[in-house]
Design a protein around this ligand. Structure first.
Ligand code: SF4
Ligand code: SF4
Length: 294
């Protein structure tokens, strides 16, 4: 098994990595189950993205397969990955850089002290609880206040945009690792896209003005180049995600994207724009911030 990398070790590793294979990682939907039913979730709307769950033995085989290929990092998605602490425990032993994408309702044990936790938050209490369910905001805050492993992941919508500065200020007061953003994107089935939440041109200008202020703030994972990519760049060819990330559904089948259901031409998800920014612009600020946040 690999030894776990220190924070400094991660930064050095990331900045020195020359080939994309060195930065590649495994993404696994740990389970199809979830303890929330968010209004914008593609998973449970019609069940078309739900899959069976692999046995722990098959998951260990998968982890071993990627460890044998010298893959150092993994991202655990769901459903909700914290419902399966046994899989988190296994992944923590196999991958020196481990990121867990969670809805924050169950606290990840402090035993996994070097895991990076990306916790979904849809704004302040009123906006978050409208989409994620009553009480979910307070649960997130009580679980992760002061936890330096936690990064809050905010999907910007028309609903939370007016309070974006307040959200950033509030998250900073929680003394976690900070905050990151993506933008509500069109999904493949038009009925699932909520037009009331989508951004128009004026909203895009507001996002640009608001987030540009945080270019040099190391607790706000947004840079000028990344922001411009998210707001304006359309993918010119196939998404680069699959060059870096090997995505698996919970039944063990490969899938083309970590967040199926999004229309690629309108995709404003953070991972793909991060890859585009680093590849096309080789933007040092984006690279530096990302390496600090891993
Ligand atoms: S927490 Fe994630 S998987 Fe669960 S319902 Fe919400 S969006 Fe869907
Ligand atoms: S939805 Fe986005 S991240 Fe997924 S394959 Fe399409 S462009 Fe890439």
């Amino acid at each position: 098994m690999f030894t776990r990398l220190s924070r400094l070790g991660r930064v050095i590793w990331y900045l020195r990595a020359k080939r994309k294979e060195e930065l590649a990682g495994l993404q696994l939907d740990v389970t199809s189950d979830c303890n929330l039913r968010c209004k914008t979730c593609y998973f449970f709307k019609d069940g078309s993205h739900l899959a069976d769950n692999m046995s722990i033995q098959d998951i260990e085989k998968l982890f071993q397969q990627y460890q044998d290929q010298h893959i150092y990092q993994a991202w655990l998605y769901g459903g909700e990955p914290t419902l399966r602490e046994d899989i988190i425990d296994l992944a923590y032993r196999y991958f020196p850089v481990l990121t867990i994408i969670s809805n924050g309702q169950i606290k990840v044990s402090s035993a996994y002290k070097k895991a990076k936790l990306h916790i979904s938050l849809d704004g302040l209490e009123k906006e978050n609880d409208y989409l994620r369910g009553k009480g979910s905001f307070q649960k997130i805050v009580s679980n992760y206040r002061g936890d330096r492993r936690a990064i809050f992941n905010v999907t910007i919508t028309k609903m939370n945009l007016p309070t974006l500065d307040e959200v950033i200020c509030y998250v900073k007061s929680l003394k976690t690792a900070g905050i990151e953003f993506q933008i509500y994107s069109k999904s493949s089935k038009p009925t699932k896209f909520d037009e009331r939440l989508g951004l128009d041109e004026q909203d895009i200008a507001t996002v640009r003005k608001t987030l540009s202020k945080y270019q040099y703030d190391l607790n706000v994972f947004m840079t000028k180049a990344l922001l411009e990519s998210l707001l304006t760049r359309r993918l010119e060819s196939a998404c680069k995600l699959n060059d870096y990330i090997y995505c698996y559904a919970s039944d063990g089948n490969r899938k083309s994207c970590c967040t199926p259901g999004i229309v690629c031409e309108d995709c404003k998800m953070l991972p793909t724009h991060f890859i585009e920014t680093v590849e096309k612009d080789n933007d040092l600020m984006t690279k530096l911030k990302f390496s600090l946040w891993m």
